[in-house]
Design a protein around this ligand. Structure first.
Ligand code: GLY
Length: 385
């Protein structure tokens, strides 16, 4: 499959990163010290407060740009946003949900890794504490949203796989296994119920509050309960690769392969999925962010497997990146302050429960994972996850 597709070269990947960095520098100069919204509106990200699940991604882009260029302006830009993350977790501002890894890995874990910022490390550990406070013993999962134990919110979502690396890290940083043990329990539940026999995935999964048994899969942002929300599938691919990295448990690699194979089987010709993979052709919007997320998962797995499998993963990632860089990446002349066009945050359908936002726009995690995938492709990268 996709044997004949062109791969991005190392040089092309560097040029793509240079283009991203150029756009990012303009944004930084215009918006120094400000947080940007989850998705663009007509190609422009509005400024927002640091109160969303997505605020870590722009900071992560600045850190990646700093790593790529060595330019202190990016470092200063990222550092200006870190106090807001420290304050947010200390004062518990909009942290009553599970997305602590999405928030604190690309911001504070990166800050600690790149600059030794101890306050950022402490904030990341507090975020891990907040995340494990959402663990439900009955059913063994991290509750995604809403008040703890609430009937209508007694569920987890596949996206949470990306929050688990913060817990593995917290155990490493503190020497306390409680974080890692909860991550392992959560992923066991998730892999058992969220992956269907054909390798496709449920977005959210409800558990029985009384017995802890499985109830049902349900979508929020996908087209319908039994369809294949592209980004959920992508979180499955990258999330299993990341847990495999921290544990080397074979079942996580098996889940990676299964979710990847399904994802590949539903891709259109240019390897960038429609927002839900029940659509394989036509005019429905794409979700370019899923392609970047999967490319990161492939490049992560390439570091962890033998030569033949690694070459397969790397080649697929290179093809996805070529398509993204050639046909989806923002060029300075586009006038956008985002990096990758044609992402989809939440598209309303007759069968889902989301509110519509960021359809066919730049999305902040799409920009971040595009830069991360290019970075991974061009160098041996020490991960923020
Ligand atoms: N984690 C929410 C999303 O992927 O849109």
């Amino acid at each position: 499959m996709f044997e004949k597709k062109a791969e991005i070269s190392n040089n092309e990947a560097k040029i793509a990163l240079e283009t991203s960095v150029k756009v990012l520098k303009n944004t930084l100069r215009k918006n120094f010290g400000e947080y940007l919204n989850h998705s663009s509106v007509n190609g422009i990200y509005p400024v927002c407060k640091n109160d969303q699940w997505t605020n870590g991604f722009y900071v992560g882009e600045l850190w990646l740009a700093y790593e790529f260029t060595g330019d202190e302006e990016f470092k200063r830009g990222a550092e200006a946003l870190i106090p807001g993350f420290i304050e947010r977790i200390k004062k518990k501002i909009a942290v009553d949900h599970h997305d602590m890894g999405f928030l604190y890995s690309p911001s504070c874990i990166a800050a600690h890794k790149l600059t030794g910022n101890e306050e950022a490390k402490e904030a990341a550990i507090l975020a891990a504490d907040m995340l494990i406070s959402r663990f439900q013993e009955k059913g063994e999962f991290l509750q995604a949203w809403g008040a703890m134990g609430e009937e209508g919110n007694y569920r987890y979502i596949i996206d949470c796989l990306l929050n688990l690396p913060l817990l593995y890290r917290a155990s490493e940083m503190t020497g306390d296994d409680k974080y890692r043990n909860i991550a392992l329990k959560h992923i066991t539940t998730c892999l058992k119920y969220s992956i269907r026999p054909d390798g496709s995935t449920y977005h959210t999964f409800f558990m029985d509050k009384n017995t802890g048994g499985p109830l049902r899969g349900e979508t929020c942002q996908g087209y319908s309960n039994e369809s294949f929300w592209a980004r959920g599938q992508a979180w499955g691919v990258y999330g299993t690769a990341l847990s495999y990295r921290y544990t080397h448990k074979e079942e996580y690699k098996d889940a990676f392969k299964k979710t990847l194979d399904f994802y590949l089987s539903k891709l259109p010709e240019d390897m960038v999925p429609y927002w839900d993979m029940i659509f394989t052709e036509g005019e429905e919007p794409r979700d370019s962010s899923s392609a970047s997320i999967v490319a990161c998962g492939l490049l992560e797995m390439a570091n962890l497997v033998g030569e033949e499998e690694a070459a397969y993963c790397r080649s697929l990632a290179a093809k996805m990146l070529k398509s993204l860089a050639d046909n989806y990446a923002v060029k300075p002349e586009n006038g956008s302050n985002g990096l990758v066009l044609h992402g989809t945050y939440s598209k309303k359908s007759p069968y889902n429960t989301c509110s519509e936002a960021g359809v066919d726009e730049c999305v902040s995690w799409g920009d971040y994972f595009y830069m991360e995938a290019l970075t991974r492709f061009t160098k041996d990268w020490d991960t923020y996850w």
